[in-house]
Design a protein around this ligand. Structure first.
Ligand SMILES: Cc1cc2nc3c(=O)[nH]c(=O)nc-3n(C[C@H](O)[C@H](O)[C@H](O)COP(=O)(O)OP(=O)(O)OC[C@H]3O[C@@H](n4cnc5c(N)ncnc54)[C@H](O)[C@@H]3O)c2cc1C
Length: 318
């Protein structure tokens, strides 16, 4: 059996590994230049920022086994972050499950999973059609055919445009929606320690600040701060002027940190159009006839959900 997997984020890689373990030939395609999708790292001169997933938690026993193998391989570490929550003026501990991160950077884990897989990067899929076998068309480059099945792990709005005609679960894909998130990356000349590693905040344009350089295995030569915008505010300002968005976020974060971030040697803003779940079918994956749709948005909207969804999609072919 030959299966094509669209998307090389956590869900696509999880699907690929499950199929490969069971002797199935897999080929992966992603529009980006690297693997990892939203579990990603932005490189900017001396600075590196985990500008997508900040950390992940583990509840499922099979996912735990996978993560423990990555810990043994030195690719994942537990992050004993000093985490605080600021709400209506009072600061409390931001308690929760154990946090894990890829090391030395978040994309170390998807890169590790992708080792030895047949991955084709820079290939944006535009259409999937079935005749004798499944064939895929791309924005650039030749079409590819000969697949017995296809798994899409694209966010719903991106999956919708490439679905085969008559896909039986179309309504579930079109009704799934995702929040926008702006990610502000601030690079400093030295590491910073404001007395906490993460600060979750409420009722502001921003809802998260992380001291990236406080994560295990990160460079201690420079300082790196990561700020995320709040989801409702982000949706409302999706098309707003980027300089204005950056300015609002910088002012908010500067006030919370007590530091004039506007003077930092490196400042950059990234917009994630499809960052987190707004509405979800809450099912592991959506199976059509030889075409399966998966991704974090099907199941919980986090790294673990993506991994479980990808594996569920793979199992529909086994
Ligand atoms: C800002 C932010 C913060 C987050 N924080 C956390 C967190 O703290 N903890 C947590 O657990 N999760 C977090 N998440 C969510 C986590 O990153 C995702 O749940 C997970 O990475 C999703 O994996 P996926 O494989 O389902 O999707 P993706 O990672 O989005 O993978 C989809 C892939 O499809 C590719 N693609 C899209 N269209 C096409 C096309 N037409 N052709 C080919 N390829 C295409 C994309 O390039 C991408 O690589 C965060 C996400 C964001 C954006």
């Amino acid at each position: 059996m030959k299966i094509a997997i669209l998307g090389c984020g956590v869900a696509g890689l999880s699907a690929a590994l499950e199929l490969r373990r069971n002797g199935v030939e897999v080929t992966l395609f992603d529009k980006s230049r690297g693997v990892g999708g939203r579990m990603s790292t932005r490189y900017a001169g001396a600075w590196e920022f985990d500008h997508g997933a900040q950390y992940f938690t583990v509840q499922d026993p099979d996912f735990r086994a996978e993560i423990e193998a990555a810990i043994d391989a030195g690719i994942v570490s537990r992050w004993n972050a000093k985490a605080l929550y600021l709400k209506t003026g009072s600061l409390t501990a931001d308690t929760g499950r154990d946090r894990y991160v890829g090391q030395p950077r978040m994309n170390s884990l998807p890169k590790y999973w992708a080792e030895g897989l047949d991955v084709h990067l820079g290939r944006r899929v535009t259409c999937a059609r079935r005749t004798d076998s499944w064939s895929l068309k791309f924005e650039n480059g030749p079409a590819v055919s000969g697949f017995d099945g296809v798994i899409s792990t694209l966010p719903p709005a991106q999956a919708e445009v490439i679905l085969p005609t008559g896909f039986s679960k179309l309504a579930a894909v079109t009704s799934a929606q995702m929040h926008v998130c702006f990610c502000l990356m601030v690079g400093l000349s030295a590491p910073i320690n404001p007395g906490w590693d993460t600060l979750r905040v409420k009722d502001l344009p921003i809802d998260w600040i992380a001291i990236n350089n406080a994560k295990p295995g990160r460079s201690q030569d420079v300082g790196t701060i990561l700020v995320h915008s709040e989801s409702g505010w982000s949706d409302q300002h999706v098309d707003a002027d980027r300089d204005w968005v950056q300015d609002v976020m910088l002012k908010s974060a500067s006030a919370l940190l007590g530091l004039p971030l506007q003077n930092a040697p490196h400042i950059a803003l990234h917009r994630w159009l499809y960052a987190s779940n707004k509405t979800s079918p809450e099912t592991p994956c959506l199976k059509g006839d030889g075409f399966v749709v998966a991704g974090d948005w099907c199941l919980g909207g986090r790294v673990q959900g993506a991994w479980l969804s990808g594996r569920a999609a793979a199992r529909t072919f086994l």
